[in-house]
Design a protein around this ligand. Structure first.
Ligand SMILES: [Zn+2]
Ligand SMILES: [Zn+2]
Ligand SMILES: [Zn+2]
Length: 300
């Protein structure tokens, strides 16, 4: 991180770290000997997609990639206070088992997980061992301890009292969520942005957007698709993620407009931060950090 970015992060206390910016296979790809997969440039080594948002009140993890453990050990953001899911594809989910140590860092309280209902259902199926009576008796750290909070597109929700706006994105035949947090938005795994979501992605400082490869793809933006969306939405800066082995970091970087860049694993982004909930909201509703025993899904 540059000294200027250090200074901005110190002043706002908000920072987004790219844990992984690679597509579902990761880069290098198993069995591929192309120039990018064989490259020594660390910016061509891409783990599966995930970011962590650091705030003055704690750390919020977006997705749990298969390399989550290694990503968090690499970046050492500190304890994870909440997980937010974009969707349930394997490249965004399968590191979840390693979250079993998150609850320990929170004093044994289940980790809040913000996701759509079908993502919760899939997690309860794939990680079923974490939700049976036998493992509930395990000491903290044995299995993931999770407390689900259902979120829906366009219904603002709060994590650590910060406001997040979930936006519907189309990902081929799948529907996923992107998130606006203040003047920054994280929109991975998308091949079409519905108008209602595009309207909420205006006036951004930073737009993080899917760009898989040069050619068209049925479930992801190509580079041209992403650049067209950036042209339309006009963020001040755009960062491309979910990158495949089609992109050599140095070569593609030279082709991009000045306000657009490729992500790399470990890239840190600072911005003005995330608004907090209005005081009236705080009076009207329970805190997100309320005792998990009072939350029905913590017992399910
Ligand atoms: Zn993906
Ligand atoms: Zn390759
Ligand atoms: Zn996906």
């Amino acid at each position: 991180m540059s000294e200027i970015q250090d200074a901005i992060a110190a002043s706002t206390g908000f920072e987004l770290i790219f844990l992984g910016c690679g597509t579902s296979t990761g880069v290098p790809m198993i069995g591929c000997d192309c120039e990018v997969c064989e490259s020594a440039d660390p910016r061509n080594h891409r783990t599966r997609p995930s970011v962590v948002v650091r705030t003055p009140r704690g750390n919020i993890l977006f997705d749990t990639s298969p390399e989550m453990r290694l990503q968090l050990l690499r970046e050492r953001p500190g304890p994870i206070h909440a997980i937010v899911y974009t969707h349930s594809h394997a490249d965004h989910l399968f590191g979840l088992d390693d979250s079993r140590l998150f609850a320990r860092a929170l004093g044994g309280v289940p980790v809040p997980v913000y996701c759509e209902a079908e993502v919760e259902a899939l997690i309860r199926t794939v990680f079923s061992y974490a939700f049976v009576d036998e493992t509930k008796r395990f000491p903290s750290g044995g299995v993931p301890r999770l407390r689900f909070e259902t979120i829906e597109p366009n219904s603002t929700f709060s994590v650590l009292d910060y406001e997040f706006v979930p936006l519907r994105l189309h990902h081929g035949r799948f529907e996923v969520l992107g998130f606006r947090m203040g003047d920054l938005a994280y929109c991975t795994d998308v091949n079409k942005i519905p108008d209602i979501s595009a309207a909420k992605l205006e006036n951004l400082d930073v737009l993080i957007l899917d760009a898989l490869r040069f050619e068209k793809h049925p479930t992801h933006f190509s580079l041209d698709d992403a650049l067209a969306a950036i042209e339309k939405l006009k963020p001040r800066r755009a960062i491309l993620t979910h990158l495949s082995h089609s992109f050599d970091f140095r070569k593609v970087s030279e082709m991009l407009p000045p306000n657009v860049q490729l992500a790399w694993d470990g890239l840190r982004v600072t911005w003005n931060g995330i608004p907090t909930r209005l005081v009236t909201d705080l009076i009207d509703s329970d805190s997100d950090t309320s005792n998990a025993e009072n939350h029905p899904s913590a017992l399910a």
